[in-house]
Ligand binder design. Structure first.
Ligand code: AMP
Ligand code: ZN
Length: 112
């Protein structure tokens, strides 16, 4: 499958890893939009939130179990924002489910 994040998870494309376990991989975004900008992805390919099902929601739960650990490692003691873009209206550019973790400053551009 020609998926950028699957290749990153497989180590075929380099990344700045910040966390890894059996189900989850997290790495620094190549184009950071905040002092801390990390992408958290399931190791299993899921295209976006639309493709979460009863069969794979376990993988997503593992992401949310990992996020507090990742936030702690990154020193995000004053909070952070989690964003997941799904589909064209959200301008998703990489079709492998990912959660942006943004922090390290008082974040601008609050949408909701
Ligand atoms: P989205 O627009 O929500 O699909 O987010 C995709 C994100 O992947 C963007 O923030 C990009 O900067 C990031 N990105 C693209 N290629 C790479 C890469 N090779 N390593 C790290 N982050 C990447
Ligand atoms: Zn993938």
């Amino acid at each position: 499958m020609d998926c950028l994040f699957c290749k990153i998870i497989a180590g075929e494309i380099p990344s700045s890893k910040v966390y890894e376990d059996d189900y989850v991989y997290a790495f620094k975004d190549i184009n950071p939009m905040a002092p801390v900008h990390v992408l958290v992805v399931p190791k299993k390919h899921i295209a976006c939130a639309n493709d979460i099902t009863a069969e794979n929601s376990f993988e997503v739960a593992k992401i949310f179990e990992a996020i507090p650990k990742i936030a702690s490692v990154l020193g995000l003691n004053n909070g952070y924002r989690i964003i997941s873009n799904c589909g064209p209206d959200a301008e998703q550019t990489v079709l492998h489910l990912h959660f942006h973790i943004l922090g390290g400053e008082k974040l601008p551009g609050k949408l909701v």
